[in-house]
Write a protein that binds this ligand. Structure first.
Ligand code: ADP
Ligand code: ZN
Length: 618
């Protein structure tokens, strides 16, 4: 009998949430639930449907894994990422959970074995690709089995608006007809309203309880610098000072610069690999594998790398070029610090990047409306690079989320940049937007401000508004920059669906009423933030951890090799830090260490205790 079977019996008298708490502690080795996890788990255990929107690293997996262990039967997880199924099943097996997957990479005989385990009730979790799940054969198999729940992971794949639409996902809508009493949970890290509505409509989740977590990633420190020419040198200083031995991803725009940068890093003595779509499949697979399995490797890549990379201990994501939108920036930087430990999102951009993108947009085959959307998205990102206030507040504002106080963990908070008081100009811009009826884009508003008398303005009568021509003292380029910054700070909204027209956000009232001022980042640049600044609330992991940390990391690498899994599947860095802090002596002391559940203690406890006994005091 596995750990779970035993647990189910022992705890079956307890109320559901208490049972879930037991599983959290004893199987996963975590002391408490994160935001929303408890409510989601409670709803599923009670048999209700759930829609969960949580950022990457938010802890989505536990939301269905724990109810699958608490409810009777097998939890069926639908995921489009076949490459990740193996990892997830490995990680669960390490915890003593009975998990398996069904996908096209398996031999038929292997598939039959998994099916038999399902029918026998020998599986806590089964992962399957949607096209496999929806076959007649599979459906009738499932009808013969005891199903605890359906988890529809990456649920945004059902949406045509999203970035990875998968037609197979649409077929999942029939699940409730076949299994009316089995609760479903749809999960995604894509939170925009349109995608959300489509998920609800397509998957018939109108009755589902919806949970929307904050999309803030407080452990990520955002830093943006304007590098003009020396991006690499700046990056090198950052890498040397902040991450001398960590794993991270470096994004470059072109294949050529990927290869050059990887070679340059290797020349400086860092373990670095390159990855882009021009390599053959085998090279890409190998490099990805090494990135997952080795400690301290830097992956230099185009954005072709990253989708489905579940490595939790990526300590930094660096961009040596501007990403193409705030959405892309958020998604790419989001690959850092999934384990919740401090991580860096570091971006150095040049004006040249902006010009390159503009050119691509102008020359693309897309229609005019689409081009304007792309342009407005790019402008919003440029705005984010230029603000002098909290980056995190701006980033979240873009996604419609309000953070009340500056974060204290971005470059602008840690080391406020030089800025200029542009309050008067900002008010002029806001009232021009207002007086032209909130129906025009930035170009038009600037034309009115500087008093251009073209036909359109005259036809609309906007040469007669009181702000017409009152901005002649400020250059046009400066006005545009100012408007971008107003947008970036959430004082003005851009309607991407209506040609990028500008509208006042209620948040701008205090500025209009004269109660707030508006500071604009100077074009000249400040240095990167001071090194010693305090790092949010999370204690920083040792990057070069001293002899004991190295010894523990070394032991973990050995165990990982033997088990044939990446080191983070054995345990996370936080567990190693906890071991150093708590200095457990016995196996039962290990229950206090985060990430050590019953099975991990049984398998690896002694090996780590031995390191602690024999290693030098630090
Ligand atoms: P997501 O799928 O939302 O990106 P994961 O489910 O992979 O996130 O979880 C991210 C990390 O956080 C994992 O390493 C997971 O073990 C950890 N985690 C999740 N929930 C908790 C919790 N309640 N306490 C501690 N760690 C947690
Ligand atoms: Zn901040």
């Amino acid at each position: 009998m596995g750990v779970q079977a035993a647990l189910k019996l022992e705890t079956s008298e307890l109320p559901p949430l208490r049972r879930a708490q037991c599983v959290l502690e004893r199987v996963f080795g975590y002391p408490s639930f994160r935001s929303h996890q408890a409510s989601i788990i409670e709803a599923l255990i009670a048999g209700r449907d759930v829609l969960a929107l949580m950022p990457t690293g938010g802890g989505k997996s536990l939301c269905y894994q724990i109810p699958s262990l608490v409810r009777s039967g097998t939890g069926v997880v639908v995921s489009p990422l076949i490459a990740l199924m193996q990892d997830q099943v490995d990680a669960l097996s390490e915890l003593g959970v009975r998990a398996a997957y069904l996908n096209s990479t398996q031999e038929v005989s292997e598939q039959r074995q998994v099916e038999a385990r399902l029918l026998n009730g020998d599986l806590d979790l089964l992962y399957a690709a949607p096209e496999r799940l929806m076959t007649e054969r599979m459906l009738s198999l499932l009808r013969g089995a005891d199903i605890a729940l359906f988890a529809l992971d990456e649920a945004h794949c059902v949406s045509q608006w999203g970035h990875d639409f998968r037609p197979e996902y649409r077929q999942l809508s029939v699940l409730p007809e076949h299994f009316p009493h089995v609760p479903r949970i749809a999960l995604t890290a894509t939170a925009d309203l349109r995608t959300r509505q489509e998920i609800v409509a397509q998957l018939h989740l109108g009755e589902a309880e919806t949970f929307i977590a904050s999309f803030d990633r407080p452990n990520i420190r955002y830093q943006i610098t304007d590098a003009d020419g020396d991006a690499r040198e700046r990056f090198w200083r950052f890498l040397r000072d902040e991450h001398p031995a960590d794993s991270g991803i470096v994004y470059c725009l072109s294949r050529k610069s990927v290869e050059e940068t990887a070679a340059w890093l290797a020349g400086k003595g860092r373990k670095a690999l390159a990855y882009h779509a021009g390599f053959d499949a085998e090279t890409r697979r190998l490099n990805q594998r090494r990135f997952l399995e080795e400690d301290g490797l830097v992956m230099v890549a185009t954005i072709a790398f990253g989708m489905g990379i579940d490595k939790p201990d990526v300590r930094f994501v660096a961009h040596l070029n501007l990403p193409k939108s705030i959405e892309a920036y958020y998604q790419e930087t989001g690959r850092a610090g999934r384990d919740g430990e401090p991580a860096d999102a570091w971006l150095a951009y040049r004006l040249k990047d902006v010009v390159t993108y503009r050119q691509w947009i102008t020359e693309s085959e897309a229609g005019e409306a689409q081009k304007r959307i792309e342009q407005a998205k790019l402008d919003a990102l440029v705005g984010l690079t230029e603000i002098v206030t909290c980056r995190r507040q701006a980033l979240l504002a873009y996604f419609g989320e309000r953070l009340d106080l500056p974060c204290g963990n971005c470059d602008n908070c840690l080391n406020p940049p030089v800025s200029r008081d542009m309050t008067e100009a900002a008010r002029k811009a806001l009232s021009t937007i207002y007086r032209t009826g909130e129906g025009f884009g930035a170009g038009y508003v600037v034309d009115v401000l500087v008093g251009k008398t073209d036909d359109r303005i005259r036809r609309n009568g906007h040469d007669r508004v009181t702000t017409f021509g009152i901005g002649q003292d400020v250059p046009e380029a400066e006005w545009r920059r100012l408007i971008r910054q107003l947008v970036a700070r959430g004082l003005v909204d851009v309607d991407l669906e209506r040609h990028g027209i500008l509208r006042l956000n209620p948040a701008c009232r205090s500025l209009l009423r004269g109660e707030a001022s508006f500071m604009m980042r100077e074009a000249s640049r400040q240095e990167a933030p001071k090194r010693k600044a305090k790092r949010g609330t999370v204690e920083r992991l040792p990057s070069e951890g001293g002899p004991l940390f190295d010894a523990l990391r070394g032991r973990r690498a050995e165990l990982a090799k033997v088990a044939g899994v990446p080191p983070y599947v054995i345990c996370h860095d936080r567990t190693l830090v906890d071991l150093m802090r708590l200095r457990p002596r016995t196996l039962s002391d290990l229950q206090m260490v985060i990430g050590f559940g019953a099975k991990k203690i049984e398998r690896y406890g002694a090996a780590f205790l031995e390191v602690l006994r024999t290693a030098p005091e630090t």
